[in-house]
Design a binder for this molecule. Structure first.
Ligand SMILES: [Zn+2]
Length: 61
């Protein structure tokens, strides 16, 4: 059985985001990664121009 496309694949390794979504927000698009490792590797390889994520909640810190 294959995925129905409800979950986008990791933009680095292509696996499904089974362990959660690790996004990078850039101007115009959001990239999704299956783990923090994939996200960090993508950053090193492509050095995307990251934007702050859309404001959805307050992280009271
Ligand atoms: Zn991955």
């Amino acid at each position: 059985m294959t995925a129905t496309g409800a979950t986008p694949p990791c933009d680095l390794c292509g696996l499904e985001l089974e362990r959660g979504d690790f996004p990078i927000h850039t101007a115009g698009q959001t990239l999704h990664f299956c783990c923090d490792g994939c996200r960090e590797i993508y950053r090193l390889l492509h050095q995307p121009q990251e934007q702050p994520p859309p404001k959805e909640r307050d992280d009271g810190r």
